[in-house]
Design a protein around this ligand. Structure first.
Ligand SMILES: [Zn+2]
Length: 104
């Protein structure tokens, strides 16, 4: 299994945050393939179509080249997002909020 990082951009000048759905500035989804990760991500209620004509899209679909271990995926989260916490969605079991530790 791999972990795919969805890094939110802020078209129109705002970020979507929904703790009930496990959606924040950084979301990590466990999946066998990038396509499965994108499908699981959309099932959270987000999409890859929302965009602003000047700022671009909010989310990008998972890229097969970005299939990481959980530790690797966490290491690619921007520091300011890591401090807020990263929502991790395991394939089995409920999602959880990972907050950064000293060694990150
Ligand atoms: Zn814009």
């Amino acid at each position: 299994m791999f972990y795919f990082l969805f890094d939110q951009m802020n078209p129109s000048g705002f970020f979507v945050s929904c703790p009930e759905r496990g959606v924040g500035n950084a979301v990590i989804v466990e999946a066998a393939t990038a396509q499965q990760a994108s499908d699981r991500f959309e099932a959270l209620g987000e999409d890859f179509e929302t965009e602003c004509s000047c700022c671009g899209p909010r989310w990008l679909e998972a890229d097969p080249r970005d299939a990481y271990s959980l530790q690797q995926a966490l290491s690619y989260v921007l520091p300011e997002d890591a401090r807020r916490g990263v929502y991790v969605h395991p394939l089995n079991g409920p999602f959880y909020l990972h907050t950064s530790t000293q060694e990150d």
